[in-house]
Design a binder for this molecule. Structure first.
Ligand code: NAD
Length: 470
């Protein structure tokens, strides 16, 4: 039986041999990944349905199509990403070649979670391949069907010397983390994020932590009723609320709530019909443990929409709660399910105060037609990402970095940001043995003349610009 140690040794040897570094190899592997998604679309849709009752539409836009686009984007840009970056030179290095080399880190460990199990495993993999690394993938045991299929398919499409998938839960993950990796990329909750960080610290391994938390959503009195209701309802109940970028709770005045709640109710009718349980477009809770956890959260405030549950089916109706207090269970943890609490506040200022006294969120949403309100919220708060008059779309652009800040994460990815995450920026100066006369000015015996010359040659001249302080 091959052990973790054997497999990791094989991958390590492959990296040292240079196999994963050539441009041709990277392009081939990315093309194979696209092929995996294309040739197995039906099977992938089936396992997503089994795990989360995920419908084809959401599976295509948030998983299969999303990842395919990311791989194509990487293929379109890999040549320029890989190029060395030429940097500005000083007088002393004028004759030298000075540049940043994008060096692959080596052996990467990617640990993923279950809410979008294809996306969250393969998006970081794309950048890791593009950057020339070898990779160990650890999908989530919670989305068991999808993880099993991916662990079966990946070795059929990707090079077995350079890529491996390990199936397992916390015990196996902790065992894996005892080995030395050159980079660890983790997506999941903040508590386990600390476990990952501690384990990585043992080897001084750099990490990215893609975590979660409660994403606030402030709806100002200047909001646009129809679009706010549509977008908020879609964002919260997409994948049955199991998305890290979903709006977690609403902050608004009672007057705004009085308009918004009926509008959300109408949207739910339009989106999922009178009985969302019968809708092919509405998902289910991933497992019994999360189902029970969510039931507890329903004991907060007052159910104004939804609230129906069915434990046989792990169904929780799209639910809106009002009269929620900050101390209620639903406000004490990230919801990650189809529940939308509303907390009443009296002003933008109060909303900003509320947001700022909690952990920095992954995403922050503001609904307002008043640019002043949007800009004030942008200026006076901090979060991984920000979006006004919509939600989740900030993570769909591969030209924007995706990641948290503080408790919601460390580091960023998507598009070139993933390539950069998995590339060491190596500072390189290529010199010739000539020009020794100039170089000799730095050697002892030191004297005033040499010092003056060297200070002049290395001096950074202040630019004439209006940003200088008086
Ligand atoms: P999970 O239970 O699938 O755990 C994530 C990974 O960590 C799994 O691979 C699991 O095997 C491993 N793991 C779990 N417990 C462990 C332990 N004690 N020691 C070592 N490894 C362990 O997923 P989860 O934590 O329930 O994920 C939900 C969280 O992920 C939410 O907070 C959500 O917001 C966040 N999330 C973040 C993003 C993002 O991109 N920032 C995306 C999706 C979800």
């Amino acid at each position: 039986m091959t052990t973790f140690a054997d497999s990791l040794l094989r991958l390590r040897h492959a990296f040292v041999s240079g196999k994963s570094r050539s441009e041709e190899f990277r392009i081939n592997q990315l093309n194979s990944l696209v092929q995996l998604l294309q040739e197995n679309e039906m099977e992938l849709l089936n396992v997503l349905y089994k795990d989360l009752r995920k419908n084809k539409f959401e599976a295509m836009i948030a998983e299969i199509g999303f990842v395919k686009n990311e791989a194509t984007y990487a293929l379109n840009n890999i040549r320029s990403w890989m190029e060395a970056e030429i940097v500005e030179k000083s007088f002393i290095t004028k004759q030298d070649q000075c540049f940043i080399q994008k060096e692959p880190f080596g052996l990467i460990l990617i640990i993923a979670t279950w809410s979008h199990p294809i996306q969250l495993l393969l998006m970081p993999l794309i950048g890791a391949i593009a950057a020339g690394n070898c990779v160990v993938l650890k999908p989530s045991e919670v989305s068991a069907n999808t993880s099993a299929l991916l662990s079966n398919l990946i070795p059929k499409y990707l090079d077995k010397d350079c890529f491996a998938v390990f199936i397992g839960g916390p015990v196996e993950t902790r065992k894996l983390l005892q080995f030395k990796f050159d980079y660890v990329f983790y997506t999941g909750n903040s508590t386990v994020g600390k476990v990952i960080m501690k384990a990585a610290a043992e080897h001084l391994t750099p990490i990215t932590l893609e975590l979660g938390g409660k994403n606030p959503c402030y709806v100002d009195q200047s909001f646009h009723l129809e679009s706010t209701a549509h977008r908020l309802t879609w964002g919260r109940f997409f994948n049955a609320g199991q998305s890290c970028v979903a709006p977690d709770y609403i902050l608004c005045t009672r007057e705004v709530q009085d308009q918004l709640v009926p509008a959300i109710g109408e949207c739910l009718d339009t989106f999922y019909g009178k009985d969302p349980k019968e809708s092919p477009d509405y998902g289910r809770i991933i497992n019994d443990e999360h189902f029970k956890r969510l039931l507890e959260l329903l004991n907060s405030g007052q159910v104004i929409i939804g609230g129906e549950t069915d434990n046989e089916d792990r169904y929780i109706a799209p639910t809106v709660l009002i009269d929620v207090k900050e101390s209620d269970p639903v406000m004490r943890e990230e919801i990650n399910g189809p529940i939308l609490p509303i907390i009443n506040i009296s002003s933008l200022e109060e909303a900003i105060g509320f947001i700022n006294r909690r952990q920095k969120p992954l995403s922050l949403y503001i609904y307002s037609t008043n640019n002043k309100v949007v800009n004030e919220a942008l200026e006076k708060t901090s979060s991984g990402g920000f979006c006004s008059n919509d939600n989740a779309v900030q993570m769909t652009l591969n030209t924007l970095p995706f990641g948290g800040i503080g408790y919601s994460g460390l580091g960023m990815y998507h598009g070139k940001f993933t390539f950069d995450t998995f590339s060491h920026k190596r500072s390189c100066v290529l010199k010739s043995p000539g020009m020794e006369k100039i170089n000799s000015t730095r050697y002892p015996p030191y004297n005033e003349q040499k010092l003056r010359w060297l200070l002049w040659a290395t001096d950074v001249k202040k630019r004439d610009c209006s940003c200088q302080l008086l």
